[in-house]
Design a protein around this ligand. Structure first.
Ligand code: C2E
Ligand code: CA
Ligand code: CA
Length: 508
């Protein structure tokens, strides 16, 4: 069979020899020429055949073998390749100190949703390449192979997880340094279809032989360290043995909290807020509790931080807001007058949808936004002040009343306070409950009251526990109070009945 390549050769030879033949006149010459030509063709044909045979006998790249040691999405060495390399390395140099650095691409589900599976795989391969490029000058890292003279030093464990094996010598801190460098330099927003796509790298590190001598053990511990990094952003990346105990307990509580939300174990309490001079109820602050089947009634401190870490605080806040707005509607229906105050966490302030969600709730229950107060802790503004401030402006425009909670415990500067669209500052319990005993607290509370007056803000005192404190506050010019002196927090469902009774006992 003559291939296209052979046919071209034949055609080329014929066209090249045609004019020469036309010039020949004698009979013997054309025959010799033709014979020579045929001979030449036969030689070329045989050479082409041999070449094809030689090519067929060359070993083909073993694709199956390739993918048994490489990830099929990124083409980088996989877990088995790492395990295999480690078996060799730890046999030849077991006395060395190494670190296993684990990296996880965060926010990848967003990329997946936006771009679809196959496109996001391309992005993942690109991220892997970026990480590997950053390792090019780090010759203490385990190298798997070379591609176009570039070392391949990254292992793709699968999904969005990668690993690096580093010889740390006597400086284990080098592992953390490298991981932090990668966390900073690798994630650069990518522009895809005109959208800037953002991602982060979470990291966790375990050390050989300190944290284990088996690969599986080291991997497990690096994963634990990574999980802790995700829970408490910003702390160390290195595994420590306390994580094991902490994690089991926390994972159990997390699972229970999920169940608690589904099974309505969360309950709302309310604590009234008074005009201290005439004991008129101005508002009720909603306070969450967890009725735990085994541990009894749990205070918010026992589970709110966990809810924040689990990323369920916003749905939880929405639930609290709906209950609160529902109870405003029910109070209005019964011609009872009281605002309701809800605590919102710092993470809620960064949820762009919060304003829309509130608008919908106000419309659904036919409630005026002015009847809802939102209490934002002073410290909640610290993490991302500009975004938090923008959200507070939007909430203010919606009409809700904003309160700066736990005032005095944070670091608000006066200049900053001036720009916040708040109506009240709420002085923290820690200053108020001891007001009658501690002169320093009197001084601080006095200063806050003066400052608030100058800024045109109201002051609410929280933690009023007795007549003495109430009296002192009134004389200092603070007229709103909340605390055990008036009432302990009680179930929100009982608020209308409590209010009716209270109003009968304290008319006008
Ligand atoms: P907070 O906003 O400072 O709430 C006041 C806390 O002081 C409440 O604790 C209340 O029970 C307690 N308290 C009331 N009167 C007195 C008093 O006279 N003396 C003393 N020493 N304490 C008094 P609770 O209910 O344990 O709430 C603790 C914190 O949990 C709240 O502090 C608030 O920051 C947070 N929280 C409560 N419910 C929610 C919620 O639904 N969402 C969010 N994000 N946070 C909530
Ligand atoms: Ca509060
Ligand atoms: Ca407080």
């Amino acid at each position: 069979m003559i291939s296209g390549f052979d046919r071209l050769l034949v055609l080329g030879l014929f066209t090249a020899s045609a004019p020469a033949m036309a010039e020949q006149t004698g009979p013997a010459l054309p025959v010799t020429l033709l014979l020579l030509l045929l001979l030449l063709l036969a030689v070329i044909y045989i050479v082409a055949l041999k070449f094809r045979l030689w090519r067929a006998l060359q070993p083909k790249p073993d694709m199956q073998g390739f993918y048994s040691l490489h990830d099929d999405v990124s083409g980088f060495p996989n877990k088995f390749a790492l395990q295999r390399k480690l078996d060799e390395l730890l046999k030849s140099a077991p006395e060395q100190n190494y670190a296993l650095i684990l990296l996880k691409v965060e926010q990848f589900d967003q990329i997946n949703q936006l771009l679809g599976h196959s496109n996001s795989n391309l992005i993942l391969a690109q991220i892997a390449q970026r990480i590997n490029d950053k390792l090019a000058d780090e010759n203490k890292i385990l190298t798997y192979e070379y591609r176009q003279q570039q070392p391949v030093r990254l292992c793709h464990l699968g999904s969005v997880d990668f690993a690096i094996w580093l010889d740390v010598g006597s400086q284990p801190a080098r592992a953390e340094f490298l991981a932090r460098q990668l966390q900073q330099s690798v994630p650069q927003p990518m522009l895809v279809h005109g959208c800037a796509i953002d991602y982060h790298l979470a990291a966790g590190i375990s050390l050989y032989p300190e944290h284990g001598t088996q690969f599986s053990e080291l991997l497990e511990r690096a994963y634990l360290a990574l999980q802790h990094f995700q829970w408490r952003r910003g702390e160390g990346l290195l595994f420590n043995p306390q994580m094991i105990h902490y994690t089991t307990e926390k994972l159990a509580l997390m699972a229970e909290l999920r169940q608690a939300i589904d099974e309505n174990q969360l309950v709302l309490f309310v604590q009234p807020q008074m005009a201290m001079r005439n004991r008129q109820v101005l508002a009720g602050e909603v306070l969450i509790r967890w009725r735990h089947p085994k541990k009894g009634l749990l205070a918010p401190e026992a589970f709110l931080a966990l809810a924040e870490e689990m990323g369920v605080i916003y749905p939880l806040t929405l639930w609290v807001l709906e209950q609160a707005i529902k109870s405003i509607a029910s109070l209005t229906e019964q011609q009872l007058v009281s605002r309701i105050a809800v605590n919102i966490s710092s993470k809620d302030l960064l949820q762009e949808e919060l304003v829309e969600a509130l608008e919908q709730l106000f419309a659904k229950y036919q409630v005026k936004p002015q009847l809802l107060m939102l209490e934002v802790s002073e410290n909640a503004l610290l993490a991302e002040p500009l975004r938090a401030m923008a959200m507070m402006q939007r909430l203010h425009r919606l009409g809700v009343e904003l309160v700066l909670d736990d005032f005095g415990t944070g670091f608000s500067s006066l200049a900053y306070l001036r720009q916040l669209p708040i109506k009240y500052v709420k002085v923290d319990c820690s200053f108020i409950s001891e007001l009658h005993k501690t002169e320093a607290h009197v001084a601080i509370t006095g200063a806050i009251i003066d400052m608030a007056r100058n800024l045109g803000l109201g002051v609410i005192a929280e933690g009023v526990e007795g007549a003495e404190v109430e009296d002192k506050l009134l004389r200092m010019g603070c007229s709103r109070g909340q605390g055990f002196w008036y009432s302990q927090p009680f179930e929100l469902t009982g608020f209308p009945a409590w209010l009716r009774q209270w109003q009968q006992r304290h008319p006008g």
